[in-house]
Design a protein around this ligand. Structure first.
Ligand SMILES: C[S@@+](CC[C@H](N)C(=O)[O-])C[C@H]1O[C@@H](n2cnc3c(N)ncnc32)[C@H](O)[C@@H]1O
Length: 296
């Protein structure tokens, strides 16, 4: 089957457009809970954020194929002096939805290349105990699985697809994919970049996950599509992709990103739900006084 790419502008709490058990891999990064740089005051409170993850996890269980993998790129968030345990809570919610917890990979960003204030500098000013707050240069890639994978599946795959799914062992060893720590440069959503104002992840993350957890010709999902990074990489790797995005304003960005794909042969279909709103406008309304002090 020729790869397809479908973007649904709507809330991913329900993904009714996707038939049951048809997604082979999810790769996503939910909005960072009230992140001071990206989403200040977006959620009324932490419970509202957790409800979004809870609702998504339930419908996600329905759409995932048996034995398959769902990955969240996420992080604990420090907001107005309080640290929120997003990683632990997301893990709990996914377990509650029926998934198995398979792994946590730590994505480490380059030192000195982060959008954070130097919290650690407080110790320089006050070189005494209790002033220590480290600068955060990592995020978590949480890996969940719907039951167990039946490896006899590989025997039923066309030889051509299996060959195209081969993991590049040079990169696996050379770039240390084999470890639970991945050193990858982050995307700075600034300047003239397509991802300006979107907390996009680097292509390298979906690239590794798609290669490690899906076969050529299969279907990937990103329920928080943003600028379309997952879809672009899926297309380049010969996978189909569903994306959900609540902000209709990102249609142009997604089109541009897909057009920059090396393949860009397949058509993208855009579906607009009646519940779609201009998320960014809504978000801006909610974001009262963006604090610029601490970010992820
Ligand atoms: C962290 S960004 C994802 C960035 C993406 N990984 C990329 O590389 O561009 C999260 C996205 O989720 C979208 N979003 C927030 N709530 C949503 C919801 N309920 N349903 C669908 N999308 C939502 C936001 O508009 C934002 O674009």
């Amino acid at each position: 089957m020729k790869p397809f790419h479908r973007v649904v502008f709507g809330d991913c709490r329900t993904m009714k457009e996707i038939p049951d058990g048809t997604i082979h891999l999810m790769v996503t990064s939910p909005p960072y809970y009230n992140a001071p740089f990206d989403y200040p005051d977006l959620f009324e409170n932490y419970a509202e954020f957790l409800q979004l993850v809870r609702d998504l996890s339930k419908d996600l269980y329905r759409v995932m194929a048996p034995g398959r993998i769902a990955c969240f790129v996420t992080d604990d968030m420090l907001v107005k002096g309080q640290k929120y345990p997003v990683v632990a809570d997301t893990t709990r919610l996914m377990l509650d939805a029926g998934f198995r917890y398979r792994d946590r990979i730590v994505w480490v960003k380059p030192k000195g290349y982060v959008r954070i204030s130097r919290r650690s500098g407080v110790v320089i000013q006050h070189p005494y105990p209790m002033y220590y707050y480290p600068d955060n240069i990592q995020e978590s890639i949480l890996v969940f699985q719907k039951g167990k994978f039946d490896y006899s599946y590989l025997r039923g795959l066309p030889a051509k697809d299996l060959e195209k799914s081969r993991i590049p062992i040079d990169a696996y060893n050379g770039e240390e994919w084999a470890l639970t720590v991945w050193n990858i440069t982050n995307v700075l959503p600034m300047g003239q970049r397509l991802e300006k104002g979107i907390a996009a992840f680097p292509e390298e993350i979906p690239k590794r996950l798609i290669r490690l957890f899906s076969f050529h010709g299969e279907t990937v999902l990103d329920p928080f599509l943003g600028s379309g990074t997952t879809m672009k990489v899926a297309e380049e790797l010969g996978r189909s992709c569903w994306g959900f995005e609540i902000d209709r304003g990102l249609e142009k960005i997604i089109k541009l990103k897909l057009a920059s794909s090396r393949q860009s042969r397949s058509k993208i279909e855009f579906l607009f739900r009646s519940d779609t709103n201009k998320f960014r406008r809504l978000a801006r309304g909610r974001m009262k006084s963006p604090s610029r002090t601490i970010a992820r």
